[in-house]
Design a protein around this ligand. Structure first.
Ligand code: PEP
Length: 289
């Protein structure tokens, strides 16, 4: 299998040839590492209808960053209406059930999410794993169903503090990622539809974010595992996010890391101005590269 360096060299060579032939028009999208940054909001179980109506007014989407907002499911249609037809952000759900229909009280299918306006769904969030007993196998089932059901997926993986302290971070990340992707057959999904979020559990909602070095190291490790699972071309096209107490103050340094392509933002996303600042910091960091 080709290494990351070999694929990057090959793609650079092809890009050079295309540039020479086109005068530069095709450059940005084809260059490895030039993945479209993505910043996603996970509101969790927060905000009421009046907040949802007011939220979009203070949203300032920067150019060049894809935004996704995942409100509580009940607010999806209201948020869609409040965002307006200009579609300044895509909508996502925080959960999905893999079955297409049936006796699953309180759950929602892929088709229901799509009908309500969602094009994305978060799968494998540590709160669902820890508080609602979601196993690796169930995460894999949801992931497969969501992609097959026309939703794009933000797959969350991350170690607990004791696992990091015990030197088990990479073992945990490898295990969660491998298990989540286990049910995917061939061909590989479009890399635009599957985003991996590195979310160390000890950083979620704690006010303590991973250092840029820790986040980069984990993101690079996940990208290598994606290359093993698919190939380097796929892995270099896929977005890897960092999530865990990201704020406008911490976003720039984290976003400057080469393997971090954006963020999954919890607490700070409740404030549209803070969320916009994080997205703007991401845009600036990626522009500089
Ligand atoms: C999250 O829940 O995915 C998250 C990143 O939360 P917070 O930003 O609040 O740590």
């Amino acid at each position: 299998m080709a290494t990351r360096e070999e694929v990057e060299r090959l793609v650079r060579q092809v890009v050079g040839e295309v540039l020479a032939a086109t005068g530069g028009a095709a450059a940005v999208a084809a260059e490895p590492g030039r993945r479209a940054p993505l910043v996603a909001a996970n509101w969790k179980m927060n905000l009421l209808a009046a907040d949802v109506r007011a939220w979009p007014a203070k949203l300032e989407p920067p150019a060049g960053v894809e935004l996704v907002v995942c409100p509580p499911l009940v607010w999806l249609p209201l948020l869609r209406e409040a965002l307006g037809p200009a579609a300044r952000a895509a909508l996502g759900a925080q959960n999905v059930h893999p079955a297409p229909r049936g006796a699953f009280t309180g759950e929602h299918s892929c088709a229901m999410l799509r009908d309500a306006g969602a094009s994305w769904v978060i799968v494998g969030h540590s709160e669902r794993r820890a508080l609602f007993g979601e196993t690796d196998a169930f995460v894999a089932e949801k992931l497969r169903a969501a992609l097959a059901g026309g939703l794009r997926v933000i797959l969350c993986v991350g170690e607990r503090l004791a696992e990091r302290d015990g030197g088990a971070t990479f073992r945990v990340l490898r295990g969660q990622l491998t298990a989540a992707l286990a049910d995917l057959g061939f061909p590989a999904p479009d890399p635009a539809t599957l985003v991996v979020a590195y979310e160390p559990v000890w950083a979620i909602g704690t006010g303590r974010h991973a250092t840029a070095e820790q986040a980069q190291e984990a993101a690079a490790f996940l990208r290598e595992r994606l290359a093993e699972r698919f190939d380097w071309r796929w892995a270099l096209a896929a977005r890897i996010l960092y999530g865990g107490s990201v704020t406008p103050a911490s976003a720039a340094e984290l976003a400057a890391q080469p393997d971090i392509d954006g963020f999954l933002v919890g607490g700070a996303s409740l404030d549209p101005a803070a969320f916009s600042s994080i997205a703007a910091a991401t845009a600036r960091a990626k522009e500089r590269r």
